[in-house]
Design a protein around this ligand. Structure first.
Ligand SMILES: [Zn+2]
Length: 105
Protein backbone atom coordinates (compact mmCIF):
# COMPACT_ATOMS: atom_id res chain seq x y z
CA UNK A 1 0.00 0.00 0.00
CA UNK A 2 1.31 3.45 -0.86
CA UNK A 3 1.67 6.06 1.87
CA UNK A 4 0.09 9.55 1.56
CA UNK A 5 2.31 12.44 0.46
CA UNK A 6 4.03 14.08 3.42
CA UNK A 7 3.47 17.54 1.91
CA UNK A 8 -0.03 17.58 0.36
CA UNK A 9 -1.43 14.28 1.81
CA UNK A 10 -2.36 13.11 -1.72
CA UNK A 11 -2.65 9.34 -2.19
CA UNK A 12 -1.40 9.59 -5.77
CA UNK A 13 2.20 8.54 -5.15
CA UNK A 14 4.44 6.20 -7.15
CA UNK A 15 7.30 4.03 -5.94
CA UNK A 16 10.53 5.49 -7.31
CA UNK A 17 12.23 2.07 -7.27
CA UNK A 18 9.59 0.80 -9.71
CA UNK A 19 9.80 4.01 -11.73
CA UNK A 20 13.55 3.58 -12.02
CA UNK A 21 13.19 0.06 -13.41
CA UNK A 22 10.58 1.25 -15.91
CA UNK A 23 12.69 4.27 -16.81
CA UNK A 24 15.72 2.07 -17.44
CA UNK A 25 13.73 -0.28 -19.68
CA UNK A 26 12.04 2.54 -21.57
CA UNK A 27 15.33 4.37 -21.97
CA UNK A 28 17.01 1.25 -23.34
CA UNK A 29 14.18 0.71 -25.81
CA UNK A 30 14.17 4.31 -27.02
CA UNK A 31 17.97 4.34 -27.23
CA UNK A 32 17.97 1.12 -29.28
CA UNK A 33 15.34 2.35 -31.72
CA UNK A 34 17.16 5.63 -32.10
CA UNK A 35 20.41 3.79 -32.80
CA UNK A 36 18.81 1.55 -35.44
CA UNK A 37 17.07 4.49 -37.08
CA UNK A 38 20.22 6.60 -37.12
CA UNK A 39 22.39 3.85 -38.59
CA UNK A 40 19.89 2.67 -41.21
CA UNK A 41 18.66 6.04 -42.37
CA UNK A 42 21.65 8.33 -42.07
CA UNK A 43 22.34 9.66 -45.61
CA UNK A 44 26.11 9.15 -45.36
CA UNK A 45 25.76 5.47 -44.55
CA UNK A 46 23.24 4.86 -47.34
CA UNK A 47 25.76 6.04 -49.93
CA UNK A 48 28.34 3.58 -48.64
CA UNK A 49 25.84 0.77 -48.14
CA UNK A 50 24.47 0.96 -51.67
CA UNK A 51 27.72 -0.48 -53.02
CA UNK A 52 28.08 -3.10 -50.32
CA UNK A 53 26.24 -6.15 -49.11
CA UNK A 54 23.31 -4.99 -46.92
CA UNK A 55 24.50 -7.20 -44.04
CA UNK A 56 27.05 -4.57 -43.11
CA UNK A 57 24.22 -2.14 -42.63
CA UNK A 58 22.38 -4.57 -40.37
CA UNK A 59 25.53 -5.21 -38.38
CA UNK A 60 25.98 -1.46 -37.97
CA UNK A 61 22.35 -1.18 -36.87
CA UNK A 62 22.80 -3.94 -34.27
CA UNK A 63 25.91 -2.28 -32.86
CA UNK A 64 24.16 1.10 -32.83
CA UNK A 65 21.09 -0.39 -31.14
CA UNK A 66 23.22 -2.03 -28.43
CA UNK A 67 25.20 1.14 -27.85
CA UNK A 68 22.08 3.30 -27.89
CA UNK A 69 20.28 0.87 -25.58
CA UNK A 70 23.04 1.00 -22.98
CA UNK A 71 23.27 4.78 -23.22
CA UNK A 72 19.48 5.10 -23.06
CA UNK A 73 19.20 2.81 -20.06
CA UNK A 74 21.91 4.77 -18.26
CA UNK A 75 20.19 8.07 -19.09
CA UNK A 76 16.81 6.75 -17.94
CA UNK A 77 18.30 5.39 -14.74
CA UNK A 78 20.15 8.63 -13.99
CA UNK A 79 17.05 10.70 -14.70
CA UNK A 80 14.99 8.78 -12.15
CA UNK A 81 17.95 8.56 -9.78
CA UNK A 82 18.12 12.36 -9.65
CA UNK A 83 14.59 12.39 -8.19
CA UNK A 84 15.59 10.17 -5.27
CA UNK A 85 15.62 11.99 -1.94
CA UNK A 86 18.64 11.28 0.28
CA UNK A 87 18.38 8.84 3.14
CA UNK A 88 17.10 5.31 3.68
CA UNK A 89 13.72 3.64 3.32
CA UNK A 90 11.37 3.33 0.37
CA UNK A 91 11.44 6.33 -2.02
CA UNK A 92 8.09 7.72 -3.21
CA UNK A 93 7.18 10.48 -5.63
CA UNK A 94 3.92 12.39 -5.23
CA UNK A 95 2.11 12.91 -8.54
CA UNK A 96 -0.01 15.66 -7.01
CA UNK A 97 2.73 18.12 -6.03
CA UNK A 98 5.95 16.48 -7.27
CA UNK A 99 7.30 16.05 -3.75
CA UNK A 100 9.77 13.16 -3.32
CA UNK A 101 10.02 11.59 0.13
CA UNK A 102 11.08 8.40 1.86
CA UNK A 103 9.19 6.13 4.18
CA UNK A 104 11.24 4.08 6.61
CA UNK A 105 9.84 0.59 6.81
ZN1 LIG B 1 2.20 15.82 -2.65
Amino acid sequence: MSPPCSRCTSQRVINLETARKLGTTAGALVGSLRGVYASLYSPGLLLVASTQFPLSRIATAVVAATTGGIAGATAGNQMIQSLFPPGGGTPWLCLGCGHAFRVIN
